[in-house]
Design a protein around this ligand. Sequence first.
Ligand code: HEM
Length: 524
Amino acid sequence: MIAVTRIIAEGPLIFLAMLSLSSILLVSLRRWYEKRGKRSILPPGPRGLPFIGNLLQLPRDNTLLARPFADLSRQYGPIYYLRVINTHFVIVNDLNMARTLFEKRSAIYSHRPRVPMVNDVIKRDTMLFMNYGAAYRQSRRLVATFLNPRIASKYWPAQEAESIKFALGVRKAPQDVQKLTRWTATSLIIRLVYGLEVTGKDDPLVSLAEDFSRLTADSTTPGRWLVDSFPILRHIPTWFPGAGFKRWAMRAKARMDEFAYLPYQVAKDKITQGDIAPSWTAEKLLESIEPPTGQEEKEIRHTATSLYSGGSDTTNAMVSSFVLLMLHYPEVQQKAQAEVDRVTGGAWVPRMHDREQFPYLDCVLKELFRFNPAVPLVPHSLHQDDFFEGYLIPKDAWVIANLWGFMHDETRYPDPDVFMPERFEANTATGRVPQEDPLDIVFGFGRRSCPGYLLALASVYLNVVHLLFAFDIVPAKDEAGNDDIPPVAFIEGHVSHPKHFKCHVRERSAERMTLLEHTLASLQ
Ligand code: HEM
């Protein structure tokens, strides 16, 4: 939304936009007459300008949208309405309302909003962008195995090995922790989904995967593409002057398709030769005696890229947020390290099955997911008009659950901007009861809830516990030798990441490094 004004000013499609504008104005006028009666029953919201609606009232940079969305709810109530050109947005800032809409009424609210650049121009068919229908349900069936705790635990050794590799990588490049969290999230997902071990940062699979993530983010950046506001532009031919977005989309699609085919093909070839590492793809290809049909293979390929899309950036965002937050809350780091040391005596490397021995760390992880939920705004959509609390929720609206807002609601989580794991501890002496578990919320709702949450929780736990076991996370120094503590600041795309920050990690002891190496060797 934000950049639409910029694009209107600079974009080569202005001529076409003006042409389509007149037809849209005519259509809008007709709709206005039709909907005059309806306007009064839409949820309340800030008054917009003719045609562009609330465009200018939205933040103009790419910092967190969720906070201003939460602020607006103080004025307009827990559910309110915005319009940008001809797209309806209904922002839901109340968790119970979100649950009613997305869970109790999931038969209506389980679609995704249409993004013309993605759905119509690039024609991406990953789960994240699919409507709720037969194809979606088939993908969901395919990923259901990840939701089975017994099957998810089969992936623990691979997750442990990747996490220890990450810690050893940090040892070699302590100034590059933020880069390494990205790389490890990518290599982990490639391993879990395809059973392929990437060889290092220069592995072509990593650059292909990273291009895939970047192109997904670029193609979904709100306001970047005029076609998202004027879907009629999707019909212009590629050669037409100003159709640069179509040529960009063709190149993006080609590169994204490469990612959908290449790792799948390599994994399939290895499996055919009997070289079978545990992975989601192997499980799917081997689950029936009959080889999969062409259609089944297509579904496996697409679902595999969905898993990559859903899992890589989010895991990275959580681990990198942890590192940033430890620079601000050294006392939390020390307390969590003391717990890890008490249990392990520094004599063995924590693994998945040790997790229950770290109750304080468990609270740290809950607080991490609460403080910066990786997906701060969750959009669902509906294909029919609906009425809720007396308001009209228009067909095809973006109905956005403000997860970040729920997590920073001070009635639910007092002092929400303070990182305080103790909020999740019960204290029988003082009668304190733990605050609501964010993990029941940050993975979304109903039929669209995150299918990778068991894997996500395992990966984030392992990365965090291995960092705490092996290192002290400390501020980098500025030129004058003072601690250079970066601000707690996030960039929001669909996934909220810390802005680029510097930090340093100090090895806790040479013995702990040796233990990491031995444990890794035993897992290979
Ligand atoms: C690290 C933390 C993660 C968080 C916080 C997270 C959160 C979410 C959320 C909020 C949604 C949207 C739910 C909704 O629409 O109601 C989602 C969707 C999804 N996630 Fe995750 N996720 C994480 C990791 C993962 C992992 C590791 C995978 C796969 C291995 C994964 C795969 C997916 C997929 C495929 C979808 C799309 C589901 C759909 O559209 O129906 N996620 N995730």
